[in-house]
Design a protein around this ligand. Structure first.
Ligand SMILES: [Zn+2]
Length: 143
């Protein structure tokens, strides 16, 4: 297993992984729940969604929104067994050990800590009224 520092160094070079950040709602959620509870949620998600030898819907089991831990999982390549294999050298097709689960939770926890060290993210900007044409709206939705 690689060290956490080495992992975060490698993640910092991935434009895809760097795109993920806590939004204001997730940030406030973490503030309200506290670090211990968020880590407990992370441990539960890892156990339920990742730890089986063949997890259900593997590759699609981690939503893109809805919980700060989900975002952390995409940011840290702990979203599915394929990413765990590629980035964390955790082999697929076998159940995660307690130690491997603890590693994943530690990585998620560190990423959230890093995000929480930043200022509160701004509220989502209101939708622009200037694009009233339907085609423009459709284009914007694709982004
Ligand atoms: Zn993945």
């Amino acid at each position: 297993m690689t060290s956490v520092d080495d992992l975060f160094m490698r993640l910092s070079r991935s434009a895809f992984r760097q795109r993920f950040h806590l939004g204001r709602a997730e940030y406030v959620y973490c503030q309200q729940k506290g670090e211990a509870l968020i880590r407990q949620h992370a441990a539960d998600f890892v156990k339920q969604r990742l730890s089986a030898a063949e997890p259900a819907n593997d590759g699609r089991q981690t939503p893109m929104r809805g919980h700060p831990v989900f975002i952390a999982q995409h940011a840290t390549a702990t979203c599915c067994r394929g990413c765990l294999s590629k980035w964390h050298a955790i082999p697929q097709h076998q159940a995660l050990t307690a130690e491997q689960q603890a590693w994943v939770v530690a990585v998620i926890g560190r990423w959230i800590q890093q995000e929480m060290a930043q200022p509160v993210p701004p509220a989502r900007p209101a939708k622009s009224k200037s694009h009233s044409d339907d085609n423009d709206n459709r284009q914007l939705d694709l982004l």
